[in-house]
Design a binder for this molecule. Structure first.
Ligand code: LLP
Length: 419
């Protein structure tokens, strides 16, 4: 049996706790499936990263796509974080909290004209541009609004982040960013964009990167471009290193925030600019679980299946990336048989699984299981497939908890329909 090494989700007397609350107590009140988050995890992890960067003038922009529950965003905002958004919807969420627009940056390879207009009207700190056509569009929208758009260019440094191909973004073959040589030309000819002020350089090479090497290679290339531009008289205000810092899902050996900063320090030390960073997963993944209830166990031929009430629509990662998430009993039962089983949901797809061929203590009907490391890209990627209502989200804070999003209602499922 895997033992999850966490201060925030841990066993006491064979009961899984989130901070000081037994997970079972929450589930008996809110039902299953349910997302449960530890507020202390979010706070501690943010502060740890912030202090690793203490020797640099820096700003953190939490990438809200990882977990955009308003209470989670508010937790980071209270710590002084800025926010990275990738759509009008994400911007809407952040602005709904009254967060100062100068703390928001807008990413994305395909922003619509309307999104650019909204970003400019609201005076966001910056918009990242990922193509020359996008720059022309930003320039013309800014002109119409009689504004000077603050823009950073996201470059594609052509570095292999050695992660799942679907979440690699910094290779030449990926759709993201602008080729380094082309970016240099754009900066050198920036005068043609009359309504743009070029404020910085940006990269984001991928997600769940588990060694520092790809970061070092990319930062080396991007900081070199930064220095070359300086020699040409182009003094940018910031270098944005993106997110992508990996976390432990199984027993991966992963670098710490200090090691990450230490490894890239030689390249950013003398740039004389502000360093921006945009982690999403690092701040949230291991701060959350998805809990479900065992509906049935069965054997098809020689294969064991444990069917739970949480499914791919609640947590898509195992189905689309083959991602590993530890699955632990909410109540640890000793002296039980251990089996190899697929842990699957009720959705009508063979791709609906949370784990495959997993060694697990055989649970009984009605018992609860916790899918660990579900605080990132869980609820934000959830859907209503099979007309399943998305789960509630619960935020634990020490010895109390709050439902920060209710389980969806059946009315919600029909809300936008015209009949
Ligand atoms: N900045 C930009 C521009 C991004 O595109 C992303 C993530 C981040 C920051 C935050 O990356 P993080 O620190 O969380 O790795 N659904 C996938 C992950 C997709 C990440 C997309 N971009 C998953 O579940 O693994």
């Amino acid at each position: 049996m895997d033992v999850f090494d966490s201060k925030y989700f841990l066993y006491q007397n064979n009961q899984l706790y989130c901070e000081k609350i037994p997970v079972k107590e929450i589930l008996e009140e809110v039902g299953t499936p349910a997302y449960i988050y530890s507020k202390k995890f979010f706070i501690d992890t943010y502060k740890e990263f912030d202090s690793s960067l203490i020797n640099f003038s820096h700003k953190i922009f939490y990438a809200v796509k990882a977990n955009f529950n308003l209470s989670v965003i508010k937790t980071f905002s209270d710590l002084g974080s800025g926010f990275d958004v990738n759509s009008e919807g994400e911007l809407y969420r952040v602005m709904k909290l009254g967060i100062d627009s100068s703390k928001i940056i807008f990413s994305g390879v395909g922003k619509t004209a309307n999104e650019i207009k909204i970003a400019l009207e609201n005076d966001l700190l910056l918009i990242k541009a990922e193509s020359q056509e996008e720059l022309i569009t930003i320039d013309s929208i800014a002109k119409n609004l009689n504004k000077k758009a603050k823009v950073a260019i996201r470059v594609n440094p052509d570095v292999d982040p050695k992660t799942h191909p679907y979440i690699s973004t910094g290779l030449a073959e990926n759709k993201f960013g602008i080729d380094m040589a082309e970016a240099k030309e754009i900066f050198l000819n920036s005068g043609i964009y009359k309504n743009i002020e070029f404020t910085g350089l940006d990269m984001h090479i991928g997600s769940q990167i588990i060694t520092v090497d790809p970061f070092v290679s990319a930062v080396e290339k991007v900081s070199d471009l930064f220095q070359k531009l300086k020699l040409e008289g182009i003094h940018l205000k910031h270098l944005d290193l993106g997110g992508g810092i990996g976390v432990v899902y199984n027993h991966e050996k992963i670098f710490s925030a200090d090691e990450y900063v230490g490894a890239i320090s030689p390249y950013i030390r003398n740039l004389d600019c502000e360093i921006f960073i945009e982690p999403g997963r690092y701040f949230t993944a291991n701060g959350g679980i998805l809990a479900g209830k065992v509906l049935y166990s069965k054997k098809n031929h020689d294969k064991n299946f444990i069917i739970v009430d949480a499914a791919m629509n609640d947590l898509l990662r195992p189905s689309i990336y083959g991602s590993y998430h530890q699955i632990l009993p909410v109540e640890m039962k000793l002296n039980r048989e251990k089996i190899l089983a697929d842990i699957v949901g009720p959705v009508c797809e063979s791709g609906d699984f949370l784990a495959k061929n997993r060694a697990i203590i055989k649970p009984e009907q009605g018992e609860y299981l916790a899918v660990m490391s579900s605080g990132s890209y869980g609820m934000t990627m959830a859907s209503n497939y099979n007309a399943r209502r998305r789960p509630p989200e619960i935020l634990v804070d020490g010895d109390s908890f709050r439902i920060v999003r209710n389980r969806e209602t059946f009315e919600h499922l029909l809300y936008d329909e015209i009949f």
